[in-house]
Design a protein around this ligand. Structure first.
Ligand SMILES: [Zn+2]
Length: 362
């Protein structure tokens, strides 16, 4: 099963299964099998690759006609299966045409994992935002290192016991195992930039919160949004604080990004998300995501009538038992909600003599 627990620790979406909001429709039937493709818009093919994880077992990838070749959007996790499925896709629906460029929405291994492999095979460039590229280089460089004291201190302060801290230390550095050696150079994409792919303009729409500088691509002509993990229809993207930046406020950034996308991208687009299925109803989904987080913030605020640790929030944030494999993701989400309340002036953090952080209403 390879690097699964490591990746679940670093990444994933879907800690909270969201209720399906009204106004969302799914215009396509079943997803294409791995190695196959389905046309979802003129010159846009939908591919799907398996992920070796219990909670989330697939990722959607997109191939965009680009002159005589293909621009690929996202690449799959580095596994032998993904490589075999790519070979099938090139022999089959991609018709042995060359890859002209690889665009990655963000640096999580299921998205960027095969970028180094694909760009080397096809002698083409990786295109992504600067923070996604650099953050990925940083995380990959952790593989082989011992867990840092800052990380242990961070999770101890959140309320972890010694068992859980041991698990963290044993699993540290797994990120790089799911990512093929990254290209040593890349083409930077900036927010609002117009990227020309096969004669069509795709506008870069950058979001924050799930990853530092997440790239979505919007084609006004096709009325299509490649949304990555920034907007998912059935599951809620992970928004976490990590030990490298304990005071970060990714949840406020996430909420701001969702509101900005509603302003910038019309409601009539076909949304191509990285997980689940292509859907219509972008604005309804954005509204539901924002409302869901605001509800959870209100519940956490209520709970802080008495001092709580980050781990004491799981019952109000998640509708499932949090096992050791989900612990860092759940803790990261808890702290994201707490830091958001602190940022709004609604909560305070105090550290006791055992270095445990306690949060209460301001
Ligand atoms: Zn992601």
């Amino acid at each position: 099963m390879g690097p699964i627990p490591y990746i679940a620790r670093m990444h994933q979406d879907a800690v909270v299964p969201a209720a399906v909001p009204a106004g969302i429709t799914y215009p396509f039937g079943s997803a294409p099998d791995p190695g196959q493709a389905a046309a979802v818009a003129p010159g846009v093919l939908w591919l799907r690759m398996p992920l070796p994880m219990a909670g989330l077992n697939h990722i959607n990838l997109w191939a965009l006609e680009d002159g005589a070749g293909w621009t690929l959007a996202d690449t799959g996790m580095q596994t032998p299966e993904t490589a075999a499925h790519w070979q099938s896709a090139f022999a089959g629906p991609l018709a042995r045409r060359p890859v002209t460029r690889v665009i990655c929405t963000h640096m999580h291994p299921d998205h960027i994992g095969m970028a180094g492999w694909l760009t080397r095979q096809h002698e083409c460039r990786l295109w992504t935002t600067r923070l996604e590229y650099l953050t990925c280089r940083m995380l990959v460089a952790d593989t082989g290192r011992e867990a840092p004291a800052d990380g242990v201190r961070f999770y101890r302060a959140a309320g972890w016991d010694e068992d859980a801290l041991g698990h963290y230390q044993a699993r540290f550095g797994g990120f790089g195992k799911a990512v093929y050696t990254l290209p040593d150079s890349y083409r930077r994409v900036v927010d609002d930039e117009e990227v020309r792919i096969g004669g069509r303009i795709w506008r870069a729409v950058v979001g924050r919160g799930h990853s530092p500088e997440h790239l979505c691509l919007h084609s006004a002509e096709l009325r299509v949004l490649i949304s990555g993990d920034q907007v998912l229809p059935r599951i809620t993207s992970n928004v976490s604080v990590f030990p490298t930046e304990p005071d970060a406020n990714p949840l406020e950034e996430w909420l701001e990004s969702l509101a900005a996308i509603k302003q910038r991208v019309p409601d009539d687009v076909l949304v191509l998300p990285s997980h689940n299925e292509p859907f219509r109803g972008l604005h309804a989904r954005l509204d539901a995501l924002i409302a869901g987080h605001e509800q959870r913030l209100a519940r956490v605020h209520q709970l802080l009538a008495n001092p709580r640790r980050a781990v004491d929030l799981f019952a109000v944030l998640f509708h499932r038992r949090i096992g050791v494999d989900m612990l860092s993701m759940a803790t990261g989400e808890s702290i994201a909600h707490l830091n958001c309340l602190i940022g709004r002036g609604l909560a305070l953090r105090e550290v006791d003599s055992s270095s445990i952080a306690w949060y209460r209403r301001a």
